[in-house]
Design a protein around this ligand. Structure first.
Ligand SMILES: *[C@@H]1O[C@H](CO)[C@@H](O)[C@H](O)[C@H]1NC(C)=O
Ligand SMILES: *[C@@H]1O[C@H](CO)[C@@H](O)[C@H](O)[C@H]1NC(C)=O
Length: 248
């Protein structure tokens, strides 16, 4: 009875917040083909047993704005005493495969870039926490097109809320965290203001490639108040948008 009530309340809240924020609700991999549910913060915790996901737990559909917190890595929640633990399972993906990330309905007002990083786990990904180590490299990014279209709003809506990126073709096989994010810029004319919505997805990459990048960033660390693109007036600035973080 009590848990049903909790579920009802949380679903109700989910519905009322849906117009304001979001998260990745499904991960579809081309090769080998699989469909994987994301971590669903408004229902998963209320099931017994809790469903096993390939995405690290998030507290809800809200953003991280203090870029100095560990929260900015996988959307943990320091203030709530919540730390992002590894997820119990992972998906398999071939190097060179496309991966489609299905976002919940994203508000039109929350313009901004969509950025994807990866980090190679030194050992079992279901036990690995990168902490503040510099282990992340960027594999994809989309910001503002030359005709003023934003990745997180115009382009994501045009693709039915599906964001697609490719696992680098020659990436060395192994276990990786895919850290994908939207940075919403509707309040980014000052700092703090930019809203980061990260997700950490666990995969095993297969293939015969041997490529690994040589430079890495950390989260927190990669973004600060002075990183280009963190403070940006998206309403009035008509010049190109500098996507935060390192080159792809
Ligand atoms: C996105 O995921 C939701 C929930 O699993 C599903 O209902 C919807 O059909 C998916 N969208 C697309 C375009 O596949
Ligand atoms: C527009 O954004 C660019 C990149 O962040 C910045 O260099 C420039 O100063 C901004 N322009 C105005 C008018 O604020």
């Amino acid at each position: 009875m009590l848990s049903r009530l909790t579920l009802f309340v949380s679903l109700f809240c989910a519905v009322t917040y849906v117009s304001a924020h979001g998260y990745v609700q499904e991960i579809d991999i081309d090769s080998p083909s699989s469909k994987n549910s994301g971590y669903l913060p408004y229902t998963d915790p209320y099931y017994n047993p809790v469903p096993q996901r390939i995405v690290r737990q998030i507290p809800g559909n809200g953003p991280v704005t203090d870029l100095s917190l560990i929260d900015v890595q996988c959307n943990g929640w320091t203030e709530g005493g919540y730390t992002t633990a590894p997820a119990p399972i992972f998906a398999t993906v071939a190097a060179g495969s496309q991966v489609h990330l299905n976002w919940t309905t994203w508000p039109d007002s929350h313009m901004g870039p969509m950025i994807t990083y990866m980090a190679r786990a030194p050992s079992d990904i279901t036990k690995w926490n990168p902490g503040t180590s510099a282990v992340w490299f960027k594999v994809a990014q989309t910001g503002k097109t030359t005709d003023g279209k934003w990745a997180a709003t115009d382009l994501l809506t045009a693709s039915n809320s599906i964001y697609t990126f490719t696992i680098p073709k020659n990436l060395k096989a192994g276990q990786y965290i895919i850290r994908h994010e939207i940075i919403a810029l509707h309040a980014a004319y000052t700092y703090p203001g930019a809203q980061v919505y990260p997700s950490c997805i666990q995969v095993q990459v297969t293939g015969s490639g041997s490529a690994l990048p040589t430079s890495f960033v950390s989260f927190p660390g990669a973004y600060t108040a002075s990183t280009p693109g963190i403070v940006y007036d998206a309403y009035t600035n008509t010049s190109a948008y500098p996507i935060p973080g390192p080159a792809v």
